[in-house]
Design a protein around this ligand. Structure first.
Ligand code: GLU
Length: 449
């Protein structure tokens, strides 16, 4: 197995996020590789870490001052052995091939875990929608789609949102696709409710994350009721996580964005959450404005030079990182442990560094890995595609109850796989093994392609 890591490293030594994800996954599926020599003979792991296709393209657009701007667009199509490529589009200045390869690789396993027929992909651009006018965002999205449309399709590759790509961007992207292809299909998920979207899709990753946490707790005769919770982020996943936690009786104390975090000792209730939703989704403001509205709360800025994030120094029994990759490092993990954290459940993809995850798991803290815990988002994307295919819109309750069933299924299969492979209670190893085997078996059946 180490030769797979070495080869991946030799090939792309600078892709640190991708190499991190490959090392994390391949180390945890080692027991399966050891007992299944066919996987080695058929080069399954070696093929899985090499994207089937990467598309890189120029995205030129005119800003409001009529200046030409140029960004770089990507789509990493990682694996479609079990279904069309599926995964988000991220618009953020940090976007590069390493980050998208890590996200696409995570999607291969995560999507398999949902039990839906979905392959894995990820894409996006190093474009920052922050501070841009609606017209600039529209022109950018149209230019981005003017190239991407050739590579996607409802049965080929189905994008969705991710950081920096919300309902506004999905609307512009879908509009341009529809015009270029003269076709109305389910090609993108996260669509508006009036034009093919699914109820509960915007909430799915956050709700699913809380359902997963509730399952981990139920397996230990515990609940969310009355527990203090720290959430990072303030976007779609963080908002829905907060809502479900509040509904299930937990006390949410924090939100953050890339500039800092707020801490509300009284707890964030549904009214305060509504304020955050308007602030972030409609006014596109910063989380610091929370304290103007609720002066009893505190705001603490963060800067990139800080070695740890002061958000993780607060006392919270349960922690839901819902912002971005590697947002909890080893030092943050020690702060959480010193404050007696009991559960970490990941709404974001790979929010813990490998070291932080090891520190947390070694302490026996309940740990819900993003691959499993945030799979509700892509699962409901799958349900959106199903509704598009049968030309029906299900009621919110129906989608939500399917989501609950899927999250329970993911929880139970992860636990069973961890047990069967000698790591009882280890959801991280369980999740990677279940996703890996499902894709590996399909690849075996389909030959070396
Ligand atoms: N970007 C989201 C995720 O990571 C959604 C992906 C999708 O639904 O295709 O789960």
């Amino acid at each position: 197995m180490t030769h797979i890591l070495h080869d991946a490293h030799d090939r792309d030594p600078h892709e640190k996020e991708f190499l991190q994800a490959v090392a994390d996954v391949m180390t945890s599926v080692q027991p399966v590789l050891d007992k299944t020599p066919e996987y080695r003979h058929h080069g399954i792991a070696r093929r899985m870490v090499e994207p089937e296709r990467i598309i890189t393209f120029r995205v030129p657009w005119l800003d409001d001052a009529q200046q030409v701007r140029v960004n770089r667009g990507f789509r990493v199509e990682m694996n479609n052995a079990i279904g069309p490529y599926k995964g988000g589009l991220r618009f953020h200045p940090s976007v590069n091939q390493s980050i998208l390869k890590f996200l696409a690789f995570e999607h291969v396993l995560k999507n398999a875990l949902t039990t839906m027929p979905l392959g894995g992909a990820a894409g996006g651009a190093d474009f920052d929608p922050k501070g841009k006018s609606d017209a600039e965002v529209m022109r950018f999205c149209q230019s981005f789609m003017a190239e991407l449309f050739r590579h996607i399709g409802a049965d080929t590759d189905v994008p969705e949102g991710d950081i920096g790509v919300g309902s506004r961007e999905i609307g512009y992207l879908f509009g341009m696709y529809r015009k270029l292809c003269n076709q109305f299909s389910g090609v993108i998920t996260g669509k508006g409710l009036g034009w093919g979207g699914s109820l509960i899709r915007p909430e799915a990753a956050g709700f699913g994350c809380v359902y997963f946490a509730a399952q981990m707790l139920a397996a230990r005769n515990d609940t969310l009721e009355g527990k203090t919770c720290l959430i990072s982020g303030s976007g779609n996943v963080a908002q829905a996580t907060a809502r479900k936690l509040i509904e299930m009786g937990a006390k949410v104390m924090t939100f953050s964005d890339s500039s800092g975090h707020i801490y509300d000792e009284q707890g964030i209730d549904l009214d305060k959450l509504e304020f955050v939703k308007r602030l972030k989704n409609i006014r596109r403001g910063r989380i610091s404005e929370y304290v103007d509205q609720y002066p009893d709360a505190t705001y603490t800025p963060t800067t990139p030079e800080m070695e740890s994030n002061p958000l993780w120094e607060h006392r919270g029994q349960f922690v839901f990182p819902c912002a971005t990759q590697n947002e909890i490092n080893a030092q943050d993990a020690y702060h959480l442990i010193n404050n007696n954290v009991k559960l970490v459940c990941e709404g974001a993809s790979m929010p813990c560094t490998s070291q932080a995850r090891t520190i947390i798991m070694d302490k026996g803290i309940l740990y819900g890995p993003g691959n499993a815990a945030n799979a509700g988002g892509v699962a409901v994307s799958g349900l959106e595609l199903t509704q598009n295919s049968i030309r029906l819109t299900w009621l919110g309750d129906e989608v939500d109850s399917r989501l609950k069933i899927i999250m329970k299924g993911i929880h139970d299969t992860c636990l069973a796989a961890a047990d069967a492979n000698g790591h009882p209670g280890n959801y991280f190893i369980g999740a990677n093994i279940v996703g890996f085997i499902k894709v590996a078996e399909a690849m075996l059946d389909q030959g070396v392609i």
